[in-house]
Design a protein around this ligand. Structure first.
Ligand SMILES: Cc1cc2nc3c(=O)[nH]c(=O)nc-3n(C[C@H](O)[C@H](O)[C@H](O)COP(=O)(O)OP(=O)(O)OC[C@H]3O[C@@H](n4cnc5c(N)ncnc54)[C@H](O)[C@@H]3O)c2cc1C
Length: 424
């Protein structure tokens, strides 16, 4: 691995850091969840994205013609690391828009789709959500049953999606639908874009409240929902392959590691000021987590280093996903315990230590081993993917961000029997 940051990247880092410190002053409410907990946070995240848009920082990795800065992999790592460390808020514009649908359209979209949708992502106007999962289709996504039937110039959709994160705040949805029920299950799926979902007749969004008591995701029901046929991405019945494109934008997860680092710094400062007995009880454990967090950072840099060298990470990204999600669960669990009874106060309680970040992060870390392809599935990938699939990065790939769900792309062969150590 060779990922050294040079003068150019360090200068950018300072610029991004100064911007974030100013923007996020007095908004230290627990990092990554900022933007999703309530209307006030959502408004704040909207304005934050508008500020980013004026700098071309919503999608720095995108080509300039689509509103990006054509940033290289190292520059993207700098953005991701600083955004993660400072808990930069999002609305669904960057996560789903920049990380998922944008790069997919850059590759598979028609010229009209690119011209229509990409600028609205980089301006922060379009807030996207992802309609993939269904009650009977999660890890086995190709079992999805939501049906779309061609009727004149439209598709008519009937069915249901579930776990649609941010669906209640989004104005746009990309989704997978079954257009040929008789074809083998991967071959009868199409990829559709639904505009203005709040005002689409027949589309109903119902809240699902998560175990943190937050309205994060939703069920979405389709009853004769009409979508113009021009909103199909790629060919009819070939949507599975469009959907899998998302997987090429695998992430280094460096933002996750940076967010964990910041939490560990706060816990260290708290422990330094704590009575001796608490310091003695916790400092070795805390030191272990700091070391483990550094291991996570270098695993993330490994992904960046591969991308910078023109290689596409595959099982390496799964290693990172497992490592970071499970480490996060342990760190936040430790933090809640270290802070004692008061450590259980949620952010709404003014006396909560560290703004209630720890219990919130602890609860929100639980699903991190389920979404983006569950950790069991990631382990399958590590076991089953060819060890060295070294193909050039697509020229239009944005590298360091994106998603890893769902995980079916490289069935077969094998194997590098990695049993990656995760600190207990
Ligand atoms: C917080 C959160 C946000 C989400 N947001 C979205 C979203 O915005 N849009 C969207 O479309 N979906 C979203 N999802 C859904 C997510 O993609 C699915 O939960 C995930 O793919 C797992 O599917 P499932 O829940 O149906 O579990 P299942 O697939 O039913 O799995 C149940 C269990 O069996 C295990 N398992 C399944 N198959 C295998 C196998 N082959 N080998 C070993 N173990 C296996 C799984 O690991 C899991 O432990 C979200 C989920 C969460 C938790």
């Amino acid at each position: 691995m060779d990922l050294r940051f040079g003068e150019k990247e360090e200068k950018l880092r300072q610029e991004v850091r100064t911007f974030l410190k100013k923007q996020l002053e007095n908004r230290d409410t627990g990092g990554a969840q900022l933007g999703s907990r309530n209307e006030d946070e959502f408004e704040f995240a909207l304005n934050f994205n508008r500020e980013l848009a004026t700098r071309g920082w919503i999608a720095p990795a995108w080509p300039k013609e689509y509103g990006g800065l054509a940033a290289d992999v190292k520059e993207q790592m700098v953005f991701n690391e600083e955004f993660g460390y400072y808990g930069a808020p999002d609305t669904g514009t960057r996560g789903f828009g920049v990380g998922m649908i944008g790069p997919t359209l850059i590759i598979h979209g028609s010229p009209e789709q690119k011209a229509n949708y990409l600028p609205k992502i980089t301006s922060g106007e379009h807030i996207w959500c992802q309609g993939y999962s269904e009650p009977g289709a999660g890890s086995d996504l190709a079992s999805l049953q939501t049906r779309a039937v061609r009727d004149g110039d439209d598709y008519v959709i009937n069915g249901q999606k579930i776990w649609t994160s941010g669906g209640h705040r989004a104005n746009q949805m990309f989704c997978l639908v079954r257009t040929d029920p008789d074809a083998p299950k991967h071959r009868g799926i199409s990829f559709l874009l639904i505009d203005d979902i709040k005002n689409t007749p027949g589309l109903t969004i119902r809240p699902l409240v998560n175990m943190a008591g937050r309205h994060h995701f939703n069920e979405v029901f389709f009853e004769d929902v009409r979508v113009p046929a021009r909103n199909i991405v790629g060919e009819e019945n070939r949507g599975w392959y469009v959907a899998m494109t998302l997987l090429d934008f695998e992430r280094s997860g460096i933002g996750v590691t940076a967010g964990q680092k910041r939490t560990l710094e706060k816990l260290t400062a708290t422990l330094k000021a704590a009575p001796t007995i608490l310091r003695e009880r916790n400092r070795i454990k805390l030191a272990d987590f700091v070391i483990a967090n550094n291991v996570g950072r270098y695993l993330g840099y490994r992904i960046g280093s591969m991308q910078a060298a023109g290689r596409v990470p595959n099982y390496e990204a799964s290693v990172v996903k497992i490592y970071q999600s499970e480490l996060g669960q342990r760190i936040y669990n430790f933090g809640v315990n270290m802070l004692g009874l008061a450590g259980q106060f949620r952010p709404e309680e003014p006396r909560a230590p560290l703004f209630g970040e720890l219990p919130e992060s602890y609860i929100m870390a639980v699903p991190s081993s389920i979404y983006s392809g569950s950790n069991e599935i990631q382990r399958n990938i590590i076991a089953a993917r060819p060890a060295a699939r070294l193909s050039p990065v697509r020229p239009d790939s944005q590298g360091g961000s994106g998603l890893t769900t769902p995980p079916y792309r490289y069935p077969g062969l094998c194997v590098e029997g990695i049993a990656f150590p995760v600190p207990a």
